[in-house]
Design a protein around this ligand. Structure first.
Ligand code: DHB
Length: 367
């Protein structure tokens, strides 16, 4: 008999360019998952094919096309930024190839194709709890500063809507995504003297932001730093220094999350990648691989419609806590934690102190 062909997973990530930290984190986590779980599922060999899209959407689309047509992948995964997740969506639909979004987080992404499923998060999902915490903790006036594209606009709208509904006052600022210079915006923040500055920048960019925050003297202004957890992401947090101490953020993952599953994950991740700490991108990649493996177990190695159907409604215990795939929206339902940056054993961590359980994407829940 002919040997059965391997089941191929196309993993498309920004491995170079300004968003390479997202690519590195997800690659490391996906490889860790395969190292732990083996490379055979339902009696079929699993082959991971990694491609670098350099963070350019046209490249993501071309690579997806080649992987579908030439390599005959069963599933594609990765997608480090919103434009990179949206570009191949029509191909997923046309070819009926499931597209597992492990990183990108604009709410509407899962509506771009019925073959998209997401293991990261949505910005409104992470942000509404931040607005509620701020309103309940004496913060009355906020300036929002967000990267000017999908997830930043989602974060701005979610925060502004929820915070003003509780009587808060908000001023909105947007900074370009590419090569951002935060200083003119930070000057406006210094002049406005809000109780808090709400920030969204994509993973990996927080360090640049923090540097300019200090250069403008905002660390000594008494203006509190709040936002979804992207700005204090675990990949770069420890290098930020004291400026990050006390920042309050809301998100689905911290390397300091206190559970046996997370302790095991962080330890194994660090052992395999000695100079890295897993961040929320890593957990999106790790859980994305879990979803693919468990889906393939159910389908006996088949991709296509059977695989996306098998993924709907799946639930498991992630390093981040309990999660499930919403069968209606194909988004992930998960806990959102309120965290404060603290020093623990000489390192900076997002230390969780409150949990909002089983949060759905609020944008789709409202439809
Ligand atoms: C997106 C990218 C990020 O790095 C992040 O932290 C959140 C969202 C995005 O482009 O969707």
């Amino acid at each position: 008999a002919l040997a059965q062909e391997a089941v191929k997973i196309g993993l498309i990530l920004p491995m170079t360019g300004p968003f390479a930290s997202t690519g590195r984190q997800i690659e490391a986590a996906a490889k860790l998952y395969m190292q732990q779980q083996g490379d055979t599922v339902a009696g079929r060999k699993i082959q991971l094919i990694l491609k670098d899209d350099t963070g350019v959407a046209d490249v993501t689309k071309r690579l997806a096309q080649e992987l579908i047509v030439n390599d005959k992948i069963a599933v594609m995964a990765g997608f480090g930024l919103t434009p990179l997740a949206l570009a191949p969506a029509p191909l997923a639909t046309q070819a009926k190839v499931p597209q597992v979004v492990m990183a990108a987080a604009t709410a509407t992404i899962t509506e771009a194709s019925p073959f998209i499923v997401r293991t990261s998060f949505t910005l409104p999902q992470a942000t509404v709890p931040m607005a509620e915490w701020a309103a309940e903790n004496g913060i009355k006036k906020v300036v929002t500063l967000v990267s000017d594209y999908g997830p930043g606009i989602d974060a701005e709208k979610a925060f502004t809507g929820a915070f003003t509904a509780k009587g808060g006052q908000v001023e909105n600022l947007r900074v370009p995504l590419a090569n951002p210079d935060f200083s003119p915006f930070l000057q406006k923040v210094a002049d406005a003297k809000p109780d808090a500055l709400f920030v969204f920048v994509p993973s990996g960019i927080g360090a640049q932001f923090m540097k300019q925050f200090v250069e403008r003297g905002l660390d000594k202004s008494g203006i509190k730093l709040i936002g979804p957890g992207d700005v204090t992401d675990d990949d770069i947090l420890n290098g930020m220094g004291d400026v990050a101490l006390g920042a309050i953020t809301t998100q689905h993952y911290s390397a300091a999350h206190d559970s046996p599953e997370n302790k095991a994950f962080v330890e194994a991740f660090k052992k395999a990648n000695p100079n890295m700490r897993p961040n929320f991108m890593a957990v999106g990649g790790y859980d994305g691989m879990h979803l693919i493996y468990e889906g393939l177990k159910k389908t006996g190695g088949q991709g296509g419609q059977a695989l996306i159907d098998a993924m709907k409604g799946m639930s498991w215990t992630s390093p981040r806590g309990p999660v499930s795939i919403d069968p209606q929206t194909r988004d992930i339902i998960q806990n959102i934690y309120v965290r404060k940056v603290e020093r623990r054993d000489g390192e900076l961590y997002n230390v969780e102190f409150a949990t909002i359980p089983n949060v759905k994407d609020p944008v789709k829940a409202a439809k």
